[in-house]
Design a protein around this ligand. Structure first.
Ligand SMILES: *Cc1c(COP(=O)(O)O)cnc(C)c1O
Length: 395
């Protein structure tokens, strides 16, 4: 059996998105900046996609900038807010320790330019409170950037409440909604969001295309310089087929959001309940406030990487830490941020489901994971020490 359970890393494109993409490649192949009819047809397809995306987010089409993905949108949002702040002498930025590296590494760069970055502690449940944000805001704070849902442990942050705090204090609020878009309801006005990032390939759209929403009046700083595309804020000939397909995928996901969430949540809970029976394991992240498809466990006495390789042999695609950090020896910064010690954080497994997964697949995973965990523990010197009482169990 082949089971794809790594939908937080990327998703398979939906037939709707593929067909929209192929149609755009065949018919609207012109350059949207060209004035003749073929160019203008491409410009119209682009505008229709912009309106579709805006409708899904509850904003206006002109507040949407298309980017090369979630990473670029995060970079541009944060740099733009920082540049606006700097002009008014405000150089304090609030974020959290468990953001995606697209956020954390951009903040590191700003630190070198003299910005002060304050990373809020994440509770062991993986949640941040609006009170924490309120307490951290200072007169010189120019930006709060906190993700909507975490890509590793799936926790859903109180975005609307955090946005309300920022609005009251007059501080810009950006959210990395890459894991949320298409899976959780978004309305940027009701949720007090000034800037938001999303990425096409996390909701069955194509890779290499994303969105930055910026509330009207927020001046964006260019990351890519060149032509005057995207109102002069993002140069480069637009990826029309990619953008059209992303908009189709987002609309499809939003049209089916409640039905998909109900189905995927049931699969997730079946998986969590089953895996919880493995001795000396722990669920990472809050049990209830989590993405419909996210399951993340630590198993004591084993290495996540070995677990992944053996699961792959059984046809199961999963993840340990995030896709970007696997390959490095450091444990996940997200698991460390919620207080997991190194040894335990190394033994993590993320399974991320979508509406295409089935109960049979979940049952197959529930058979495979306990077998593989036991097999690895039988070979592990750490596990032997634990069993012989030479080491204390943490979980
Ligand atoms: C995947 C992801 C990104 C990066 O998006 P790309 O389109 O791959 O650049 C950023 N933030 C989060 C939370 C993600 O899951």
């Amino acid at each position: 059996m082949k089971v794809y359970a790594d939908n937080a890393a990327t998703t398979k494109m939906s037939p709707t998105a593929i067909s929209a993409m192929v149609t755009a490649m065949e018919t609207t192949y012109g350059n949207p900046s060209s004035l003749y009819t073929i160019g203008q047809e491409a410009a119209e397809a682009l505008q229709a996609a912009r309106e579709t995306v805006a409708k899904c987010l509850g904003c206006e089409a002109r507040e949407i900038t298309f980017t090369s993905g979630g990473s670029e949108a995060d970079n541009q949002a944060i740099v733009s807010a920082a540049m606006l702040g700097q002009r008014r002498g405000k150089k304090h930025i609030i974020s959290t320790a468990f953001e995606h590296h697209a956020v954390l590494h951009t903040l590191d760069k700003l630190k070198k330019q003299g910005f002060e970055v304050e990373l809020l502690d994440v509770h062991e449940t993986g949640l941040i409170t609006p009170e924490q944000v309120a307490a951290a805001i200072r007169p010189d704070t120019c930006l709060v950037t906190i993700m909507y849902a975490n890509n590793e442990i799936g926790t859903i942050e109180p975005i609307a409440e955090i946005g309300a705090v920022c609005k009251e204090k007059g501080v810009l609020f950006h959210t990395d909604a890459v894991q949320a878009a298409g899976h959780l309801h978004i309305n940027v006005k009701e949720q007090n969001i000034d800037m938001l990032s999303l990425s096409g390939h996390k909701f069955h759209g194509p890779k290499g295309v994303g969105v930055l929403y910026a509330r009207r009046g927020i001046m964006l700083t260019n990351i890519i310089e060149g032509g005057a595309q995207e109102r002069g804020k993002r140069a480069g000939t637009e990826n029309v087929p990619g953008i059209v397909a992303m908009a189709a995928a987002l609309k499809e996901a939003c049209d089916n959001i409640d039905a998909n969430a109900a189905k995927v949540t049931a699969l997730r809970d079946r998986l969590i309940d089953g895996l919880s029976k493995i001795p000396h394991c722990a669920l990472n992240g809050d049990r209830v406030r989590r993405l419909p498809g996210n399951v993340n466990f630590c198993f004591e006495g084993i290495e996540g990487e070995s677990l992944l390789l053996l699961l792959d042999q059984k046809g199961i695609s999963a993840s340990s830490g995030s896709a970007c950090t696997s390959g490095s020896l450091d444990p996940s910064h997200v698991l460390l941020a919620i207080g997991r010690v190194h040894d335990v954080a190394h033994g993590s497994l993320r399974l991320s489901l979508c509406e295409e997964n089935t109960e049979e697949e979940v049952d197959y995973i529930l058979q495979a994971v306990p077998e593989v965990v036991q097999y690895l523990r039988n070979m592990s010197p750490v596990w032997r020490d634990l069993m012989e009482g030479k080491r204390q169990f943490i979980l």
